[in-house]
Design a protein around this ligand. Sequence first.
Ligand SMILES: [Zn+2]
Length: 506
Amino acid sequence: MRLVNRIAALVVLLSAVSAGSSDSNSILIKGGTVVAFNQETQGLRVIRGGSVLVENDRITGVFDGAPSRVPKGAEIFDAKGKIITPGFIDTHRHGWQTVFKTIGSNTTLIEFFFRYSSLVAPFFWNASDVYDSQLAGLYEALNAGVTTSLDHATHTWSKDAADAGFQASIDSGARVLWAFSFANITDVVTVEQQYPIFRALAKKPGLKNSPTTLAIAYDAWGPNPNVAEIDKIMALAREVNVSAITTHSLQGPWGSDNSPEDIHALNYLNISIPIVFSHASFLSATGRDLLRSTNQYISITPESEMHYGQTHPVSSLIQDQASLGVDTHMTFSTDILTQARIWLQQTRYERYLDVLEQTKLPKTNPMSAEQAFLLATRSGALALRRPDLGAIFTGAKADLLVWDGDSPPLLGWDDPVAAVILHASVGDIEAVIVDGKWAKKGGKLISKGYPEARKKFLSTAKRLQEVWRGLPLPELPPVWNGHPVVDPERVDVKRGEGDGYGSVYI
Ligand SMILES: [Zn+2]
């Protein structure tokens, strides 16, 4: 906690310095309901009729009433009747896959590997496809109020493809921790070949003036790790000072561990770089203790874990070291709001079931809307060790959302947290600010590059979807990680003959 306070104090100091600059770009969001953050309690503080002052990339004032000062030339945004929240934080994403949108609606995890992953895509995609797909995906996320994402970038199969996705992240204006995936892909690329590609990306000139940073993704920590390879990657992580490290961690019948125990055994868990374990579906009690003692986090991706079947049987036991992620938004929602809502109700369901199974009845509600809100915002910042994100307070980065309080779902709201978490849709996000700059205003994306990106994406998506339509469905292995691969019982939604499963359109 003390370290967090010290960093926050430094952030305030830095913001005070930047606020003094003569060419300051300032916005005053005035007279709205602000879901601010109390650093003392590390909880929310709702201010009605409040204002937020943004100067350059920072929040430089949060006011209970009228602001005590307004910089000359500040843009005044009237927020009467509106709700102001921090932007959402997504700690697990594969943005490059946007072009596959809607063509994997009924896919499973094993089918995904053999049909949509980086095992297959490099044979059909060129670098500009990666660029178009990543950029359109990030605009989609910005539109949905996701201002920060940790992107597990598995499109690093060539220098050009890696560069394209990284450049698209920079060009989007979003805050992306773009995690270069080190992976040996048969007939495509080796980790040895990736080292120089990674080094070159770390020197990319556009990085200096962008909220996007370089991170690392790696999925071969254990069992049976290649220690020499890991030592080399970790030396690079330190040399380049990456913003985060991330890994897919499943365990249980899924295998491919990458557990906290695996990384701890290699002496790399207790380090100053944040490590985010996506899913961590079958995290052990020891793994949970390790995360707490080293302050590392998991990324629960509720919709993905339901869609593909990774599941999350123990994730509610580690919500104090958890954040929320989306995963492959090609198959479902790209927004963290949906993830927060699904996770809230899933957790309530599980905890209620514990009581019902003892033939008792629940007296209180086991998880609050406020807890879901914190998971979707502040917990993501803590997972990434960015105390200046995911919250509204003086000195924080200016990543903000303005919600239309008069929209049909929000009309008549009183509790702004409940309004957002349980009633709103992303269509109610009227404005988005990232790093002090408008990305969405008047309900529309206003980024300069969006019209062109949209056009290019449409033609790329059409072409690649056509290619995938022509690919035969993969033969799945009968056994995976020692476990038979079988059909679950299919549900029946149709009376009489047939079950209503319908067409698989690709
Ligand atoms: Zn993933």
